[in-house]
Design a protein around this ligand. Structure first.
Ligand SMILES: [Zn+2]
Length: 120
């Protein structure tokens, strides 16, 4: 009996990579909240603890910030600081949570990552 072409294709491709269930990212966010309720952590510490990409953590922090508003809590962001000249990254630069690449004032690249905590 002839196989359907798609069965043949599937057989050649071998087993599919496991799909990451949607719950995975949600529980990641819950872990993120749990960590920040314990103590303040900076971007790089969080990334290491949760094994997330820069972009993934950036998005997760955005979600957490929004969802906390419904609970009366608040995501507190201590902005990134340039280690060379002390420039503080407040304002627009802060809308992204990840550390900026370089300082607009001295062009230095030694930037202390922003720190996060949860208040409330
Ligand atoms: Zn600087």
């Amino acid at each position: 009996m002839a196989r359907h072409w798609y069965e043949e294709q599937a057989r050649r491709r071998g087993p599919r990579p496991p799909r990451v269930p949607a719950e995975a990212s949600i529980s990641r966010r819950q872990q993120l909240v749990a960590l920040l309720e314990l103590r303040a952590m900076d971007f790089d510490e969080l990334r290491e603890a949760l094994r997330m990409s820069v972009r993934g953590l950036d998005e997760a922090l955005g979600h957490v910030e929004k969802s906390l508003k419904h609970t009366g809590q608040e995501l507190v962001v201590d902005p990134a600081v340039c280690s060379t000249c002390g420039f503080v990254f407040t304002g627009r630069e802060q809308r992204h949570f990840h550390p900026p690449g370089r300082c607009p004032r001295c062009r230095g690249e030694r930037i202390e990552a922003p720190r996060f905590s949860i208040r409330g």
